[in-house]
Design a protein. Structure first.
Length: 429
């Protein structure tokens, strides 16, 4: 309180002497009222100099505070509902539990200069910022743990290294925001818009992000284990080397996404759209990809051991060198897919569509290909030892130099001209 009296007295003295001040927009009566009562609803306090002021539980709802200096001020549990705080200096301010519902904390335009709200290192733990405007606000290293930011506008805001653990951001606007290395563990991000956001190395462990929009977001090396991204939009997103272990991406749109080297062990991607996605060297061990769309996807060198790809669409996909040991590809569509050197040992390809697929040098040992369509497929130099080809179609398939020792069901396949020209193979099997 003593600090605030000094501010008021200094201000009054300067006015009485006829000096202009940086606080020339402040209404002195309103400032005096705030000092005397710790309340000034809908007051005019624009450009007020209140740095380090003690305003705990102050009622400033609807107040005009544009351009005010509140650096280091104590505003814990203060009521700033609907207040105008555009271009305010709140660096290192204590706003724990404060109400800033529908407050304006965006950009202040002064002549040709745009002044953003400064909340660097501010403490906003458990603050209520529902539907608040924080456009372009500086929130670097701010504490927003358990804060309420549903429907808030944080477009282009700087939240680098901010702590948003358990924060509610439902339907919030974070288009173009900077969240590099931010902590978002267990945050509620459902339907929020992060289009074009910078989120490299951010921690999104166990977030609830159903139907979130992460189109073109930069999530390189982000940490998202067990995150719920059901129905999320990740079109063109950069997820290089991101940790997505056991993540839920069912029905998500990852078309054109960059997932090179991503860790997707046990991920749920049933019915996800991964068309044109780059999954080079990604680890999809035990991932669930039933009915997923991987048309034109790049999967060179990816790990798909024990992966579940029932009825998945892999048309024109590049699976060269992919490890698909024991993977389930029953009814999968691999038309014109490239599987050069792929390992499909003991994989289940029952009734799979492999028309025109390139399986040169592929390891199909013990593979179940019953009823599979391999018409015009290239199986030259492939290893089909002990594979089951009963009722498979090999019409016009290339089996030159293929290993067929112990193949089952060759006498019940639709033969290729190559097999007909090599009857000794049929006799052996």
């Amino acid at each position: 309180m003593a600090d605030l009296r000094i501010v008021l007295l200094s201000f009054s003295f300067l006015i009485s002497q006829g000096f202009t001040t940086t606080a020339d927009a402040v209404n002195p009566e309103h400032l005096e009222q705030l000092l005397a009562t710790n309340a000034c609803r809908s007051c005019d306090l624009r450009d007020a100099q209140l740095s380090n002021a003690y305003l705990q539980e102050a009622d400033l709802s609807g107040a005009q505070l544009d351009g005010a200096e509140l650096v280091g001020a104590n505003l814990t549990r203060a009521n700033l509902t609907g207040a105008e705080l555009n271009g305010v200096g709140l660096a290192k301010a204590d706003l724990r539990g404060a109400s800033l519902r529908e407050a304006q904390l965006g950009v202040r335009q002064q002549e040709d200069q745009a002044v953003v709200t400064d909340l660097v290192n501010a403490n906003l733990q458990e603050a209520d910022l529902y539907a608040a405007n924080l456009t372009s606000a500086q929130l670097r290293s701010a504490n927003l743990r358990r804060a309420q930011l549903n429907y808030a506008n944080l477009a282009a805001a700087n939240l680098e290294e901010a702590d948003l653990t358990s924060t509610k951001l439902v339907a919030a606007n974070l288009v173009g925001a900077n969240l590099k290395k931010a902590q978002l563990k267990i945050a509620d991000l459902r339907t929020a818009n992060f289009t074009g956001a910078q989120m490299s190395e951010a921690n999104l462990d166990s977030v609830d992000a159903g139907n979130v929009n992460l189109t073109s977001a930069d999530l390189r090396q982000a940490y998202l284990p067990e995150a719920d991204l059901n129905g999320a939009l990740l079109i063109g997103a950069n997820l290089q080397q991101a940790v997505l272990i056991a993540v839920n991406l069912q029905f998500a749109d990852l078309s054109g996404a960059d997932l090179r080297g991503a860790m997707l062990k046990g991920a749920g991607l049933n019915r996800a759209n991964l068309s044109g996605a780059n999954l080079e060297l990604a680890d999809l061990t035990n991932a669930k990809l039933a009915i997923a769309n991987l048309t034109d996807a790049q999967l060179t060198g990816a790990k798909l051991q024990f992966a579940y790809l029932h009825s998945a669409i892999l048309t024109n996909a590049n699976l060269s060198g992919v490890d698909l040991r024991t993977a389930l590809l029953r009814l999968a569509n691999l038309t014109n897919a490239t599987l050069v050197g792929a390992t499909l040992k003991a994989a289940n390809l029952v009734n799979a569509e492999l028309t025109g697929a390139n399986l040169m040098y592929a390891d199909l040992t013990l593979c179940n290909l019953r009823g599979a369509n391999l018409r015009s497929a290239n199986l030259s130099h492939a290893n089909l030892s002990q594979a089951d080809l009963e009722k498979a179609s090999l019409v016009d398939a290339n089996l030159s130099e293929a290993k067929l020792e112990g193949v089952l069901g060759l006498k019940k396949v639709r033969y290729s001209p190559w097999l007909l020209a090599n009857p000794r193979i049929l006799k052996r099997n």
